[in-house]
Design a protein around this ligand. Sequence first.
Ligand code: FAD
Length: 408
Amino acid sequence: MLITLLACVSILYLLMPLVQKNMKKYIKDYCVGCGLCEALGKAKCCEDERGFLHPESGDEEWLSSVCPSGGRQQAAMDFGKIWGKTQAVYYGWSKDEAVRRVASSGGIITEIASWLLEHHSVDGVIHTCPDPDDETKTVSCISTTRDELIGRSGSRYSISHPLSVMGMLDKTKRYAFIGKPCDIAALNNYILIQPEVQNVIVVTLSFFCAGLPSRDAQDKLLSHLGCQKDKLKSLRYRGDGWPGFTTAVAMDGGVYRTDYPTSWGKILGRDIMKMCRFCLDGIGEAADISCGDAWYLTEDKKPDFSEGEGRNVVFARTEKGAELLQKVIQDCKIEVQPANMADIGCMQAYQRDRRASMIDKLIAAKVLGKSVPRWKWTSIIKYGSHISFRRHLSILKGTLKRIVNGKI
Ligand SMILES: Cc1cc2nc3c(=O)[nH]c(=O)nc-3n(C[C@H](O)[C@H](O)[C@H](O)COP(=O)(O)OP(=O)(O)OC[C@H]3O[C@@H](n4cnc5c(N)ncnc54)[C@H](O)[C@@H]3O)c2cc1C
């Protein structure tokens, strides 16, 4: 008995460094770059060669509780639903034509954030805008007026660290937070260990996110557009229409543009952060409200990217989100229509498939001895039924190939 006990303790002791090493690796490999740890002095982060952040050193226990790759937010996810926790779902758009036009999709996020400011439900909105010194980069900002929100609306397909402002918030004020789903997951994980933060960040808004393009992808985009980076004055990825054109304006007034299927589909979307390939929540399940593109569908049920008037799919994820959405609807700020879940599956097939095939990606990474985020296998298996066995095999094969070729 004693010998067995001693043997077990020795084995555990020998395995301990391996477990710790592995823990460190998943934190580094699958950092989402939200900026929270550095803002709070919990870690020191460095950029890798593609421009993505990762913690170099820091409080590992804190990081494994807060970083999304630690898997903590899974406890609040509904694995029975491929589109996540849903209190209400609509198609919708801003009733202000200018907002609908300038925003990324239908301007719902900007309109809700603006409603919160105008009704003094919050003092400021934390979100993301272009870096004035380099439009291929972003900075985090706090908007306090509708005009600021509108001026900073639109999708930036570029690396962002929206939680980097967390260390400088006025704790006597209330804020709304707009961020990628992974930023919201990190914030929620932080609130679990620091509950008073929910008195400061009182509502979270997110958007569907297929991945964060690298710094190299920005260079490729500019070179495709034919605009020199040192001559770049402004860069719009989409919006000013729906989806709108990716448009670079040079300092001499030259305008260079390409369509959205080319900029996202052929350039930006091909070179994204590693964690994005293993992302379990690209649909903002962790936020109070999340929005995506409600693409119109062609006859064969494929998304139609031809120019149109912007339209969001809007999910209220929490009771708080549902109440807020109803107030904004009742105040006639946004127009909504009933949404069709089967059609959402066609509009957002990538999001559905990424969730449903997570099991294949984890198997591929494990087989090749790579670190993986700490997703609970039992939960992930539940998503698997949303795609066919053939599709599972093809994704498994594709992921193995990408890992072997160093693309993941
Ligand atoms: C990296 C990225 C990936 C995306 N992937 C998808 C996808 O897979 N499917 C899909 O349907 N739509 C995707 N979108 C678009 C997104 O769904 C739309 O922005 C969403 O429908 C909201 O539209 P809106 O008109 O309400 O937003 P708006 O009213 O224009 O508001 C957008 C808000 O997002 C903030 N923001 C912009 N860029 C970033 C950024 N990089 N990081 C953090 N915050 C930012 C802005 O500050 C603004 O407050 C993506 C957007 C981004 C930035």
